[in-house]
Each structure stands twice: as C-alpha cells, then as structure tokens.
Design a protein around this ligand. Structure first.
Ligand SMILES: NC(=O)CC[C@H](N)C(=O)O
Length: 316
C-alpha cells in the first residue's frame, strides 16, 4: 500500500447516474481533488485505485434511487455506497437530492415508489422533499458559511466568514436531526404548499400521539440484516410523538433515537402567520456531510474546500 498521502491528491468519486455531477467535478478539481464519475459498483474500484471520498449530487432522488437499487448481479450501487460509508468510513457528501439519499427518514410525495424512497441512509435526519418549492420557485439565499477547513491552514489563507450563497432548487429541508448530528446551518423559510400539507399531516399524527412508520408520505429506510456485524441490525425507522415529562423543561427541536432506530421528533414550529419555520440546511455526522442547497452551482468553493479537507484528513 503506497502511503505517500501527504502529496497525493485525493480521488473523489462523483455519483453520475443523473444530475449536477459535472459541476461538482469542476468545483472539486478547483479545490485540489481528482475526480471520477461513478455509475456502477465496478467504477468504484476499477483501475485499482480506491476512492478517498464520494459526492452524491443534486438532481432527482427518485430517479437516482431507481437506478441505484437496480440489481443485475452482485451488489447494487446503493449497497456499495453504504459499505463505503459504514465499513470503510470514507467521507461522503450529499447535496440536495444527494442529501435526501443519505437521510434515514424522508417525508414528501414520492408517487411512483410504493415501498418508499430508495434511500442509502446513514445520516440521522428527517428531511422534507421539495420543502422550498418547485423548480420555478428556485432561489438564492444567504446561508451560514461552512466550517473552516480541517488541518493545515496556511496562515496567509484568509478565513472567509461571510455568508454563503445557497442555491435552492426544489430543495429539501431538514426538519429534525439526531443527537450526534452537528447542525452546520439553519435558514428561516416558508414551506411550499405541498410541503405544508405534508407537515400538517405529520403534526396532526404527532399531536394525536400516533406513531408514524409509513403514512404514504413518509418514507422510512428499512435496514436488512447483513453479513457485516456492524450493520447486523434490522430496524424500521419510526417517528414517535415527543414524550413530555411533567415539570421537565420543554426541549426545543428534541430528537432522540433509541437502539431500535425509533426516533422521537419535534417539528420546527411556525414562527408566525406566514408559516415560516427555522429549518436546517447543512449537517455533518462523522464522515457524512449534507447540504440542502447546491454549492456546485456557484463560484464560491468554500464548501468544496471544506469537504476536500475532510477527505484529506481521513487519508492521514
Ligand atoms: N435540486 C435537487 O436536487 C432537487 C431534489 C428533488 N426535489 C428530489 O426530491 O430529489
């Protein structure tokens, strides 16, 4: 095994089934990485060089799920990516549709998939698809800047703490995040009409004390037992109403996950009559990074540089 990683440029795979993969490649290359388009399981190892990280781009998560879970023989691309994340612990970043794929739980209409959205999972978050509206209501909004790059920051590299131009295109929002997820950014935004209906239905169920498993609009990942001891658990993600113990101070945004994978959530409340809510737009959990917006559609490489630093750090 060659160990000259300090001079080796990281090799980042970009899932290229559909969506904005070429734009990600350009930004990653401008941030000191080499890139490779990934369409099949074989692409992930072909050529003898292992990938150091992976990016799942924006696009259409249902379409990507249909291709990514298609099995000809051997592993599906989704299974290979799960292993890449869980077993190899390689840095993986999902943007927009890619973030949906990395979520453990997802609400929002996915009309054509009966068994629920084909999620890869791994990030302990509940996302709402298309929260910010349809394609025509795409917009740009200031979002918090990414964390500063990890590792050897040269002193002459200025740390830019100005807001980051978030490009939101049919973007999902994160409604709640588990206790070991680091929230890297929040925005205040009104859900689109369709998302408001989904939220209302979720809120109604939660208020009635109903446990949400799959309610038509809720797609929850179902893990299968596998050979690997690390993932040798079968659970169905379940959303339960929050348990308020009398006298205990009410916890904001409480999200707890027990060992069965059940999740107790509290949805972000409407701030005022406009129904705007404070939702999460960027998170990290160990080797996983998710952003609801599209950093690959701007000339601001700060998020790509941050991810590149996560990848370099993992190679040490
Ligand atoms: N720009 C995007 O990636 C949009 C995501 C899309 N709304 C989905 O559900 O997959």
């Amino acid at each position: 095994m060659s160990n000259n990683n300090s001079i080796k440029k990281p090799l980042v795979g970009v899932l290229a089934l559909q969506g904005a993969f070429e734009e990600h490649q350009a930004c990653l290359e401008a941030s000191g990485c080499r890139t490779k388009q990934i369409r099949t399981v074989a692409d992930m190892t072909e050529g003898g060089e292992v990938l150091d990280g992976m990016v799942l781009p924006g696009g259409e998560s249902t379409a990507m799920g249909l291709i990514g879970t298609h099995r000809t023989n051997g592993k599906t691309v989704w299974e290979a990516i799960r292993e890449f994340i869980d077993v190899d612990k390689k840095p993986t970043w999902g943007t927009c549709a890619g973030m949906i794929l990395l979520a453990e739980r997802c609400v929002g209409a996915s009309a054509c998939i009966q068994e629920g959205q084909a999620l890869i999972g791994g990030m302990d978050i509940l996302v709402c698809r298309n929260y910010f509206g349809s394609q025509v209501s795409s917009f740009e909004m200031a979002t918090p800047p990414p964390p500063s790059v990890i590792g050897n920051t040269t002193t002459n590299e200025n740390i830019d703490e100005s807001s980051y131009p978030g490009v939101f295109i049919r973007a999902p929002a994160i409604l709640s995040a588990g206790p070991d997820v680091t929230v890297l950014g929040k925005v205040v935004a009104t859900p689109c009409r369709q998302a408001a209906v989904v939220l209302q239905e979720l809120e109604r169920k939660i208020e009635n004390g109903e446990t949400v498993i799959q309610m038509g609009v809720v797609d929850a990942i179902v893990r299968n037992p596998s050979q690997d001891s690390k993932t040798n658990i079968t659970y169905r993600a379940v959303i339960k109403p929050p348990q308020h113990v009398e006298g205990e101070e009410e916890k904001k945004e409480s999200t707890e996950t027990n060992n069965d994978g059940d999740m107790t959530i509290e949805l972000p409340g409407a701030a005022d009559g406009s129904n705007a809510r404070e939702v999460i737009c960027a998170v990290q959990r160990n080797n996983l990074l998710c952003t609801a917006f599209h950093p690959e559609l701007t000339n601001d490489y700060r998020w790509h540089k941050y991810f590149a630093s996560m990848v370099r750090e993992s190679m040490l």
